[in-house]
Design a protein. Structure first.
Length: 131
């Protein structure tokens, strides 16, 4: 019943951490690219005063993605479980930061839309459309 806690499920042998992380290990080049792209985007955002407020977040995410790729590569090649765990913790932190950024973006978009609607209503009232 509790198949996730049983090391051998339906005759299968337990998988090693390296086996489980093989798909992510295969995408480490993409992880490195995303890390550098995120760092560059954050640096470009930091060129403006307003961009400094949010520009450090993509840089931080890029550093975490680079750390994930490095720990993943070294951990799989050296069969080092603690290194693999560090890499997955960095990836998890990067995902959490990205989720917060998405929530902030959604909230700001909703505020912007409410502002547009209120401005449209205000313009309609001022023009006499509701007389």
């Amino acid at each position: 019943m509790d198949e996730f806690r049983d090391p051998v499920v339906a005759g299968r042998s337990p998988a090693s951490a390296a086996d489980v992380l093989e798909p992510l290990y295969g995408a480490r080049g993409a992880l490195k690219f995303l890390a550098w792209a995120s760092i560059v985007v954050g640096a470009l955002q930091c060129l403006s005063i307003v961009g400094i407020v949010v520009g450090w977040l993509p840089i931080w995410i890029g550093v975490l993605l680079a750390r994930t790729a490095d720990r993943l590569e070294r951990g799989v090649e050296g069969q080092d479980g603690p290194l693999l765990r560090e890499g997955m913790e960095a990836l998890a932190q990067g995902v959490r930061i990205q989720a917060v950024l998405v929530l902030i973006g959604v909230a700001l978009t909703l505020l912007w839309l409410v502002g547009l609607v209120l401005m449209a209503i205000g313009m309609a009232v001022d023009s006499g459309a509701f007389r």
